[in-house]
Design a protein around this ligand. Sequence first.
Ligand code: ATP
Ligand code: MG
Length: 529
Amino acid sequence: MVSEEDSTQSAMKQYGTTEPISLAGPTDGDNKRSLELENFMVECGLYERKEEAIKREEIISDITNIVKSWVKEVTRQKGYTNQTVEAANAILLTFGSYRLGVHSPGGDIDALCIGPHYVDREIDFFITLHGILACMEQVSQLQLIPDAYVPVMKFKFRGISIDLLYASISRMVVPQDLDISQASSILHNVDESTARSLNGCRVADQILKLVPNVENFQKTLRCLKFWAKKRGIYSNVSGFLGGVNLAILVARVCQLYPNAVPSMLVSRFFRVYTQWRWPNPVMLCAIEEDVELGFPVWDPRKNPRDRTHQMPIITPAYPCMNSSYNVSASTLRVMTEQFEKSNMICEDIELNKRHWSCLFRPFDFFRTYKNYLKVDVVASNSKDLIAWKGWVESRLRQLILKIERDTSGTLQCHPCPNDYSSKSKQCHCACYIGLKRKEGTRTEQVKPFDIRAAVEEFKELVYMCVMWRPGMDLNIAHIRRKQIHSHVVLPNYPNVSFDGVKREMISEDDSSMKKRICILLESQVYGKT
Ligand code: ATP
Ligand code: MG
């Protein structure tokens, strides 16, 4: 319940770059629906149990102690004086969903370790600290990703997944109460990888500062993450929404309706983003430049690449970036359809005609389309498969962009964010892309969709992988809906094999439309020799 005083405060303060759309607070009905929504979330198991929350705090405290003694040890090994060793310090800050207070049971913890300037990432973090962690019995599945856009060390600590980043700042001693909000001091003299590593924490802190009511923001974001997962659009890598994208979208709605409660915010979310005119950016504050620091920021007037972004969702801390550069015309269309459908459901919920459960119905991907592309990913052992699958999945959006390009957007693609492994085949998994002819395209004018060049270019791109090893293969096939069920559910389904150029004519069973999708596809098991 928003008190009159809160309401007046919100009315006086403007959150974000524009005035709010409405200052209205909740009616009794809104409060009732908020309570129902919250109960529904609890029933769905979205909140972790107290023991797990305590365990997470213990883990964070343990890792903090580990990095503190690691920095002292490195200081000693580098020959600094006892006094310097004594003062040497590292701090551990969380970010991502844990910092925002919206993590799900079993979810990961994103953490950033900040150390002094003489403790580097390449050797001290990725070799020395890695060695320390590798010997600990609480640590498992330790994995280094030093070449990533944001270099990271991944591991499980007492069963909880941790993504640990490192930033070395230009200070001799890291104070316990370091303020990372001031770009000019914290980003002074650091490289781009370090700025990116610091950015996750700076973004999370800013989001929490820029919303009118943190609790309402958290509850709404928790609902929308659950919704996006159920509707098959929670995946940054597939060109949909990830945690940070949703957090910014929700925060903007909170700014536009500063006195609204979660039930209102969820329905305003769908109303706002059904009407949003992309590629207008969603921003929580103005984008600032800093000539002295000179990091690149998102600016479509200056950077031609930024002009191609379909759904800009801008991070609120310097250097501001588009967090959803992965979105393609196809994935934006899929998300817009989902926003529209959910907007209608919310209108009914507000009229008490439907229950919240309707909003979270799982999306039935394999019944939605009549045609699919199946991308088979094969490796010779399970370790190779994990690496190869990660690489192929991170490139899959390129296939979609190429198909969009070669069919002038008339063949629409919907990537499924999940992959499916086959029980009959070892070291294999498959990704699926739903295919649909763009509505309004006249069937008689439509030639076969020729995606041979798109597929070939995609394969060339994928096989350029630096960690490619013999046995890592890829096969792309066109599958009908009638066949796909057996591919996904029945592991013994024989693989569809096409030799060379294959012309697949598929008659769709929608007789009133008499639509046919014909695809030219070069498809064969493709491997580096
Ligand atoms: P989840 O509950 O799924 O873990 P999350 O918000 O923690 O949600 P992660 O994918 O774990 O999301 O990412 C952790 C953090 O890394 C994000 O909160 C964000 O700060 C940063 N990050 C991830 N992807 C991006 C991106 N595309 N652009 C900018 N920052 C990103
Ligand atoms: Mg996370």
